[in-house]
Each structure stands twice: as C-alpha cells, then as structure tokens.
Design a protein around this ligand. Structure first.
Ligand code: FAD
Length: 374
C-alpha cells in the first residue's frame, strides 16, 4: 500500500484543480513544485499593495459556466474587462479594432463609412491570394490598420518581418463595427479579488504541499510514495530531452515600481510601432481599479515592460511553437509516454500546448472525472 494515491507534480492550475478534486473524492494526495511558491504561471505577488502578475498578465475569461462556477468557489471575481490600448508613436487607438479605432484612424462616424474605407483599401492593395502575413493582414483590414496597428507589434512578437511570416498566423482578425472595446467575447470575465495566488491556495487547502522539490531530482524516491503520478512539467524534460528539445517562444519582463499614482491609465498598452523595443506595458494596479482590497487608492504603481524573446534551452518556456517540426517531436514524446502507465501528463507543459486558464481548468476537471469516478 503506497502512502499516497496521487503524487501531483506542479502546483499550477492543472495540478491544483486535480488535487482539489482528488482530495474531495477522499484520495490521499501530495503536491510538489520546484518553485518556492504555488500557482505556477498565474502566480501573483504583492508589491506596494498591488498584485503583480510575475509571469505575464492573466485575465480570466470563459464561456464555460461549469468552469466559472468551479473557480467561484475559491475566489470572488471583480468586473475587470480587458480593453487594451494601442500606442503608435504616441497616437492612441482602441483595441480590438472597432468603431472607436476607425473614428480615430479615418474620422469616420458610421459603421457603413468604416466598412467602405476598409473595402476601398483592400481593393487598392489588390491582393487576391495572400502569400504571407503582410498580404493576409492587408487583405483583411486594409493598409492603414496593418501599418499602424499590426506590423510593428507582430514583427516584435515573432522576431521576423511580416512578409516572411506565414499567412495562416492571422487567418482572421477581430473587426467590430460597434463601439465595443471588450477584447474577449467571453460570457464571464474578471480578476480574482486577492490575486491568483490566493485562489490557488484556497484550492489547495487541506492538501499536503511541498515546495522547492524537483520531481526529476528525486524521481525514484517520490515514485515509491504514490500509486499514480500527475505530471504537469515539460514532457521533453521528463524524458531527459532524449529526442531533442521542444521549442518555445519566450517573453522577458522588466518590472519597475514608480513613485506616482498613475502611469498609463490602463492595465495594458500595446506598442505597435517598430521602433519601441517592448511589445506591451502592463500597469498591474488597473486589474483591480487602482485600489487595495479595502477600497483605498494605492499611492504607487508597478509596471512591467514585456519584450518578446527567442527561447533557448534553460529559459522559462512560455508559448509552444506549434509548427510541424515541434508537433511531430511532441508526438514522439507521446509515444514514449505510453511506456509510463503510472504517469498522467497534463497541463500546458505536459501536453505541449497553449491552454488558456479556463481550458486548463476544464481539462483538469475532465481528468478528475475520468480518474476519480471509476
Ligand atoms: P504552470 O502554471 O506552468 O504550472 C506547472 C508547474 O509545474 C509550475 O509551477 C512548475 O514549477 C512545476 N514544475 C515543472 N516541472 C517540475 C518538476 N520537475 N518538479 C516540480 N515541479 C515542476 N490564460 C488566460 O486564460 N488568460 C490570460 O490572460 C493568459 N495570459 C497568459 C500570458 C502568458 C505570457 C502566458 C505564457 C500564458 C497566459 N495564459 C493566459 C495561460 C496560462 O498561463 C495557463 O493556462 C496556465 O498557467 C497553465 O497552468 P499549468 O498548471 O498547466 O502550468
């Protein structure tokens, strides 16, 4: 008889949700994480009374009422709505592209005028069969929006000129002929009051958690403790990279405390010109309307400049590169995983896929149903 039914590697959302479900089902669970804190990449830390999103800004949004009701047990969500602003050489535009954007860009007032302008620019460009991202963008939204709002940002994100990027990256672009700045089309949206870390701590209440423990360094000993393992680390790392590295796109953050109340008046400002080296600036306090939990205004502010970066082995993995090469390498690792009947691979790193938070929670709930209701 093993000491635990499940050893869960990783205290991110996938691991925490599975652990919570397993504990509720009466299973004996141990969660470990190599980091000194829980919450994985949704970790928020308090600086000057502000919840700072250390691994990148996280906005919870979902259409899945099961997931929304589930997370609601562990946090109250505020009414934050993501409405980013684009800064092109000091000209500010609303995102996603909508009537406010078109009015600022061309002075048009009605949806019909905006549609006509976009149609005119598309016609003028004369692109019938887009061969790269630049042509695809122009054929979808015309030249002005491409030049001012898409080109620089995309080139910084991918580290390559738009005419050398494949067209499929932007099959569609969100264009709204309404005055609606809400970036997400989700039914539910918000930020957990008190931060994501507290929400995850609430999920893990009553669960044994050991931090600063690397599974791969103590594999034999830890395997001996549990009947099954839920592993949410990187699948290639699990197998000692024996088939090669799965690649990621990385982000570098430069975080600064400023001795002023308001830096940019919005949580997210995208820098869409080519010259500014960062892609975005996040001002974390605006995720919570600039106030602490008692409703007091916060005197200082914390900003993070985001730089898109090439990833090299050893860097923090952020966005999986789902091209042919990496997808087929991942498939080979999946084959190896079949020889590990005790181990369930889950989460963004275990499955090498980009998961939004609601999707990763949904996937962990599904796994829990399969595993625990047998
Ligand atoms: P993680 O959070 O990465 O957790 C995995 C954990 O496993 C980590 O804590 C790690 O330390 C631990 N671990 C790994 N290997 C080992 C080991 N060998 N031993 C012990 N522990 C180990 N989603 C949204 O819905 N909205 C957003 O606005 C949003 N913004 C994002 C911004 C960025 C920059 C990125 C990259 C993602 C964003 N996401 C967003 C997605 C979100 O971050 C993920 O859905 C979520 O973090 C995935 O959780 P996870 O548990 O799978 O992985």
């Amino acid at each position: 008889m093993k000491q635990y039914d499940y050893l869960i590697v990783g205290a991110g959302l996938f691991g925490a949700v599975f652990a919570e479900r397993a504990r509720q089902a009466g299973k004996r669970v141990l969660v470990i994480d190599r980091r000194p804190q829980v919450a994985g990449n949704v970790y928020t830390e308090k600086i000057e009374g502000i919840h700072v999103h250390r691994y990148g800004a996280h906005i919870f949004h979902t259409n899945d009422s099961r997931v929304w009701n589930y997370v609601g047990q562990f946090a109250n969500f505020n009414r934050f709505t993501n409405s980013p602003v684009a800064n092109y050489h000091g000209e500010l535009y609303s995102l996603p592209f909508n009537m406010y954007t078109f009015n600022k860009m061309w002075g048009v007032v009605t949806p019909q005028e905006a549609q006509e302008e976009i149609r005119r620019q598309r016609r003028e460009a004369g692109i019938t069969d887009p061969k790269n991202l630049e042509e695809q963008a122009i054929s979808l939204v015309g030249t002005d929006i491409y030049e001012k709002l898409i080109r620089g940002y995309t080139e910084k994100q991918w580290g390559r000129p738009c005419d050398q990027l494949p067209a499929f990256i932007i099959r569609r672009l969100p264009v709204r002929y309404t005055f609606d700045n809400n970036y997400f089309n989700a039914l539910y949206q918000g930020i957990p009051v008190g931060g994501y870390t507290r929400m995850v701590e609430n999920m893990l209440r009553g669960v044994e958690v050991r931090l600063g423990v690397d599974y791969l360094e103590h594999k034999e000993e830890l395997n001996g403790l549990a009947a099954a393992i839920v592993y949410t680390g990187a699948i290639d790392e699990f197998f000692g990279y024996r088939l090669g590295n799965l690649e990621y796109r990385s982000v570098r953050f430069e975080t600064e405390v400023l001795d002023r109340e308001n830096f940019q008046g919005n949580a997210a400002v995208n820098y869409t010109d080519r010259e500014t080296p960062w892609t975005r600036i996040i001002e974390h306090k605006w995720f919570e309307f600039g106030r602490d939990e008692d409703g007091n205004p916060l005197p200082k502010t914390v900003i993070s400049r985001e730089y898109s970066a090439e990833w090299k082995p050893g860097d923090e993995p952020y966005y999986p590169v789902n091209d042919e090469k990496n997808s087929s390498l991942y498939k080979e690792y999946r084959e190896l995983a079949k020889n590990e009947p005790k181990v369930i691979f889950g989460g963004r790193l275990g499955e090498y896929r980009y998961y939004d938070m609601d999707q990763v929670i949904g996937a962990a709930l599904e796994l829990a149903e399969q595993q625990l209701c047998r």
